[in-house]
Write a protein that binds this ligand. Structure first.
Ligand code: NDP
Ligand code: OAA
Length: 261
């Protein structure tokens, strides 16, 4: 069977996990053809390490005729390149899902994918359970809430950090609002919340609470859905953000699998 051509948008931590998974035999149906990042030195070394072409523009990446581009770059990159990718004949696996809190972009991307017979796959990233959320949302109107536990360290350099947090001994809520507001304030931290919202009540109607938790390590998300017929209470703990890279590996495996989850 001819292998599917895979390319990367982003040459950082998470696509490194996907590339290593490919080398370690988790993605035998794929060949990595190229990678495009912003910093040319990082792009060159990434491509050398993974034996693929270093690309310094999206045009160069698309010239390799990839079947699928796996994005692990930034919400800004998703905004800038997703329509070009789909028009260029590739499908897209997205991790920086926060970009899709912009309903106009989301709708344009959906139309562009349909017009070009391509797909956009939303990776489950650091959370999951999108199947039950989507099912519940079909059955009745639902109330969707995500609660995120964050270490104090992960809140440094964000607008939510304040000096007093260094003295807390109990969890303290530092944000409560909808997921659209959250991703506008913290574009690199709450892709998970936007993905959850897109699978359930939508970014403007999904509530996000963020709790700063002293001594906490990792990430923990609680996703609660309350509908007329279905209730969920999902808890996902991850010690590191590696889970997000592996979720892309899982999507890529699903794409070529005869049995699809
Ligand atoms: N859905 C989820 O659960 C999760 C999503 N994420 C998201 O995944 C993305 C990648 O994370 P991670 O791998 O840790 O990040 P890294 O910073 O390690 O790598 C990002 C890579 O993308 C490149 N890049 C960023 N913006 C652009 C752009 N506009 N055009 C081209 N290349 C670009 C960077 O270039 P340069 O070297 O110049 O910076 C770098 O090569 C982030 O947006 C993050 O928020 C992360 C964790 C969980
Ligand atoms: O903290 C995490 O792993 C989740 C994250 O970055 C995101 O949603 O973008």
């Amino acid at each position: 069977m001819e292998k599917k051509k895979l390319a990367f948008l982003g040459c950082g931590f998470l696509n490194e996990i996907v590339a290593n998974a490919l080398h370690n035999g988790y993605l035998p149906e794929y060949e990595l053809v190229g990678a495009f990042g912003r910093n040319p030195v990082r792009t060159t070394t990434f491509a050398e390490r993974h034996n693929c072409k270093a690309c310094y523009s999206m045009e160069e990446l698309l010239a390799l005729k990839p079947d699928i581009i796996a994005e692990a770059a930034s919400p800004q990159a998703v905004g800038e390149y997703s329509e070009t990718i789909l028009k260029g004949g590739a499908s897209l696996v997205v991790l920086s899902i926060g970009a899709f809190a912009d309903a106009a972009l989301y709708n344009r991307v959906r139309e562009t994918a349909a017009e070009n017979n391509q797909k956009v796959y939303i990776a489950s990233g650091a959370v999951g359970g999108f199947d039950v959320l989507r099912t519940a949302a079909l059955m009745s109107p639902i109330k969707a809430t995500m609660t995120s536990k964050k270490s104090l360290r992960s809140l440094f350099y964000t607008p939510l950090f304040k000096e007093e947090l260094m003295n807390i001994t109990e969890p303290e809520q530092v944000f409560s609002g909808n997921t659209k507001e959250a991703i506008e304030m913290l574009p690199f931290h709450f892709n998970v919340a936007v993905a959850t919202a897109l699978a359930s009540a939508g970014p403007e109607r999904t509530t996000l609470h963020i709790d700063a938790v002293p001594g906490f390590v990792g990430d923990e998300y609680k996703i609660e859905i309350e509908g007329g017929e279905v209730k969920t209470d999902l808890n996902i703990y991850s010690r590191t953000s590696n889970i997000a890279g592996w979720s892309v590996v899982a999507v890529l495996r699903n794409i070529v699998s005869p049995i699809v989850f």
